[in-house]
Design a protein around this ligand. Sequence first.
Ligand SMILES: *[C@@H]1O[C@H](CO)[C@@H](O)[C@H](O)[C@H]1NC(C)=O
Ligand SMILES: *[C@@H]1O[C@H](CO)[C@@H](O)[C@H](O)[C@H]1NC(C)=O
Ligand SMILES: *[C@@H]1O[C@H](CO)[C@@H](O)[C@H](O)[C@H]1NC(C)=O
Ligand SMILES: *[C@@H]1O[C@H](CO)[C@@H](O)[C@H](O)[C@H]1NC(C)=O
Ligand SMILES: *[C@@H]1O[C@H](CO)[C@@H](O)[C@H](O)[C@H]1NC(C)=O
Ligand SMILES: *[C@@H]1O[C@H](CO)[C@@H](O)[C@H](O)[C@H]1NC(C)=O
Length: 643
Amino acid sequence: MRRELTFILLCFAASSVFGKDSSPSFKLNTTSSQFLLDGDPFTYIAGEIHYFRIPHLKWDDRLKRVRALGFNAITVPVPWNFHQLFQDDDPLWSGDHDLVKFIKTANTNGLYTILRVGPYISAEWDNGGLPWWLIRSGKISKFRSSDAAYMTEVTQWFKHLLPKIAPLLRKNAGPVLMIQIEHLYGLLGICDQVYMLDLANLVREHLGNDVVLFTLDAPVVQFMRCGTLPNVLPTIEITPTNVDGTVANWFNLQKAFMQGAPAVASQFIINPYKMWGNNVTDRYVNSVIIQTAKTAFALNASISFHMTHGGTTFGFWNGAVEPYPVTTSYDSFAPISESGDVNELYIDIRGWILSIPGWSYPPTPVPANLPRTAYPTVELTVFDTISGFILGVNPECWATKETPRTAEYIRDGYGYVYYNTSIIECGQLYIPTFSDNAYVFLNQNFVGALYKQFNSIHNNTIDVQGCLDQFNSLEIIVEITGRPHNYYPDMSRGIQGNVYMHNITLENWESCVVPIDTYEVSMVEENYEKLQKHIEENFDLEKSKSAVTTNPSVFIGNLHISGAPADTFLDTRGWGKGVVTINQYNIGRYWASVGPQQTLFVPSEFLHKGTNLIMFYEFEGATTACTTTSCTAKFTNVPIFDY
Ligand SMILES: *[C@@H]1O[C@H](CO)[C@@H](O)[C@H](O)[C@H]1NC(C)=O
Ligand SMILES: *[C@@H]1O[C@H](CO)[C@@H](O)[C@H](O)[C@H]1NC(C)=O
Ligand SMILES: *[C@@H]1O[C@H](CO)[C@@H](O)[C@H](O)[C@H]1NC(C)=O
Ligand SMILES: *[C@@H]1O[C@H](CO)[C@@H](O)[C@H](O)[C@H]1NC(C)=O
Ligand SMILES: *[C@@H]1O[C@H](CO)[C@@H](O)[C@H](O)[C@H]1NC(C)=O
Ligand SMILES: *[C@@H]1O[C@H](CO)[C@@H](O)[C@H](O)[C@H]1NC(C)=O
């Protein structure tokens, strides 16, 4: 103990002798346009990676692969909505939510962390990371602005988040170097500089005035003007280009917004992500990606490859660029694939870094790809119709006289909302405003689907025929397909306003929470127990021999695994549209009929030795996956996409 103390004192003495303080710190030197890490000039080559898209037991594996590229840092956004499911809840910080553990695991692997605290992060994530319950409050007039009600909520959230980050800062000998506030704020166009300053001040209050803060904008003058702040490092987003001088021009523009700023591309978009119903046509060529990185690096720029490992958007967490929801796979053609494989782009990036003379963080050996298995085909049979299933597990409902309630009002943040009422007469049903897809049933029989917006389709009326003499049950299940991530919340989900039949307002609605959870990656345990009990009491898989249904239905089957489970892909070809759960995990949405994604990644952590329960919640009708007696769930060891 005493010896250590003496050593520290000597260090202090030494640093004062040489005029350099080498104690842990992260700073800007605006004279030399450099970052200083512990007093020494520092450049980073970082990889963006999302802990919330990787099961936590795989964090170490993925981070090793990032480090093996020769990167020395990671860029990590924090999705507020993933941590704080309900307004009155304390945020979740364990298991898949253990941000601190993720940062420490990265550090153990030799990676510093650059943190994006938003609170708006985009990230192709529901609502860009903002919780649905902000919409519910109804008090916020403008999101991502200095609106007092919005800032009150942000202040509360930062009180939870930032004290966890403070001990991890470099000045406290931790791995967190700098903090990004907001994200592409200039693009939003509202230019609320008071808001940006409020955010900066909030972060400084918790992390100190000496913490390096930065903003990120596209290198366009009007965006940089709106999105940057004095004394906050402006950084830019860049894309692969082979046009001479472009990269230098971008950095010149960036540096024009702060005297002595180091060149920083904190978002180097290397490839597009995928959306349902919208094939990717604008991938970049690997050689152009590498050339752009080389050019930036030669200009002394620090860069962050976006994405370095995309992972999977399990549950209902995907965002959307209307009208297209983001796919469940967030592979994004990244150098580390969705299932963790390294690919050609990985080899090319690593090869470039190996060739950098004097780079202090040379690539480490590449871990072998993890084993994957194509499990034998599983047979599934009908358990119940979707609405029968929903009512069977006693959902929480709100009864109202006229207008049905929105998803947010009934505290159903994600997935689906169930509505019912009874009608006396059939006719033209008109739902003026709903979001996003509505499935309509008469007396438990499927009538048809309405789409708020899909491709060029917008339909909101449907002919409902076949009413019985007296009471008829009208049911509507509305899917929340993912809130847009590319601006800010504009409206709530579910049915918004009256529903009409023959121009007559339908009354006496029940609006119910659909118990297919997105909470954590897994479901809330007590819900899962309730579900298992419901299945046990109402279903005998051995005796069920039917797959005949004209209704959206729940299909059940068992996957038997004899040894230790391995990663796999579930092949959804031949199914329609819906969501799959395996055991207590929601492995995400599928939409095989429109693509481009055809397989769902199933990490080994979601499986166990013995019997694994697979459930398909199929809304639009399976096609070739079913015969009259059963449907099949196939597995593959490679992902399948049609582009
Ligand atoms: C900042 O850079 C200038 C110019 O290279 C150099 O003279 C100065 O010592 C640097 N400051 C620190 C704290 O390293
Ligand atoms: C990059 O850094 C080196 C070493 O500090 C310096 O000599 C060179 O001028 C810098 N280049 C640019 C484009 O800033
Ligand atoms: C609404 O549009 C969707 C998408 O094309 C279609 O599948 C559906 O049948 C339409 N619904 C009605 C009632 O026409
Ligand atoms: C509507 O749902 C509620 C709640 O589960 C149920 O009690 C009621 O019977 C349903 N009504 C109709 C008309 O389907
Ligand atoms: C509903 O009302 C509108 C406007 O009054 C009228 O044009 C339309 O024909 C009515 N539709 C039905 C089904 O009665
Ligand atoms: C996407 O590509 C596949 C395979 O070429 C094709 O079948 C499908 O129609 C395309 N989808 C769209 C929306 O263009």
